[in-house]
Design a protein around this ligand. Sequence first.
Ligand SMILES: Nc1ncnc2c1ncn2[C@@H]1O[C@H](COP(=O)(O)OP(=O)(O)OP(=O)(O)O)[C@@H](O)[C@H]1O
Ligand SMILES: Nc1ccn([C@@H]2O[C@H](COP(=O)(O)O)[C@@H](O)[C@H]2O)c(=O)n1
Ligand SMILES: [Mg+2]
Length: 240
Amino acid sequence: MRRCVAPLSPLISSSSSSSSFLRQAPWRFNIWESFTTVIGNRVYDLPVPEDNTPFITFVLGGPGSGKGTQCEKIVETFGFRHLSAGDLLRREIASKSKDGSMILNIIKDGKIVPSEVTVKLIQREMESSDNHKFLIDGFPRSEENRIAFERIIGAEPNIVVFFDCPVEEMVKRVLNRNQGRVDDNIDTIRKRLKVFEALSLPVINYYSQKGKLYTINAVGTEDEIFEQVRPIFATLKVSK
Ligand SMILES: Nc1ncnc2c1ncn2[C@@H]1O[C@H](COP(=O)(O)OP(=O)(O)OP(=O)(O)O)[C@@H](O)[C@H]1O
Ligand SMILES: Nc1ccn([C@@H]2O[C@H](COP(=O)(O)O)[C@@H](O)[C@H]2O)c(=O)n1
Ligand SMILES: [Mg+2]
C-alpha cells in the first residue's frame, strides 16, 4: 500500500508508546509498509512500521569518519531518532552519575566502556522514545557490544551503515573538530584507531557477512557523502 502523507513526524510518532517492543523477537519486526512521504517539495519512499516495532540502523566508522554529521542529515531528511553512544556516555559524565568517572577515564584512554553500561543507556532512550526508527551511532564498537545488545535489547539491526574513511582524513577531521572533547588529541586518537582496527572492524565484517552492511565512501564534502547515504533510506522497503 502506498500513501501520501506530510509532514513526517505524525507518521512516525504513535499513540501507544509500548516499551515491550524491545523484548519481542527480532524476526517479528519485519512487518513494514512503504509510504510516499513529502518533505518540502521532495518525495521519498520511507520505511514506515505498521505498529511500534523498531527499525534499527547501526552507524559505524572510525573516529572522525563523519557518523554524527551524516546522522544529523538522516534525521532531517528521514525523521529518524539519533542515539549517539558517545554522546550518551558523555552525558553520564556531565551528570556526575555513579559511572561518570569510570566512563571519563576510559574515554580519555580511547578504550571501550563495559558493554552493559552503554547498552543500558541506549535501552533507556529506546524505551522512552515515541519515534521507533533509530540511528544508533558509534555502536556496537566490539563483538562484546554487539552480543550485549542482542542479549539485553533482544533485537538485531535491520541495516548497518559503515563510513569508510582513510586514517589521515579521520585524524585531520578529529584534530580540527574543536568541540573540547577530552579524546580529540593525537595520543588518544592513535589509541582509538587501534581499538577501531582490532575490535570494531570484526563487527563490520560480521554484518557484511550477514548481508546487512552498506559501505559509504566517506571522502568528499558532507553533501556529496549524503548523496550516497540518501538512497539507502529512500528505497528501504521491508516486505511483509
Ligand atoms: N565530509 C566531511 N568533510 C570534512 N569534514 C567533515 C566531513 N564530515 C564531517 N566533518 C567534520 O569532521 C569532524 C568529525 O565529524 P563527526 O563528528 O561527524 O565524526 P564522527 O564519526 O561522529 O566522529 P567520532 O566517532 O569521533 O564521534 C567534525 O568537525 C565534522 O564537522
Ligand atoms: N559503543 C561505544 C561508543 C563509545 N565509547 C567511548 O566513547 C568514546 C567516544 O565515542 P564517539 O562515538 O563519540 O567517538 C569512544 O572512544 C569510547 O571511549 C564506548 O566505549 N563504546
Ligand atoms: Mg560522533
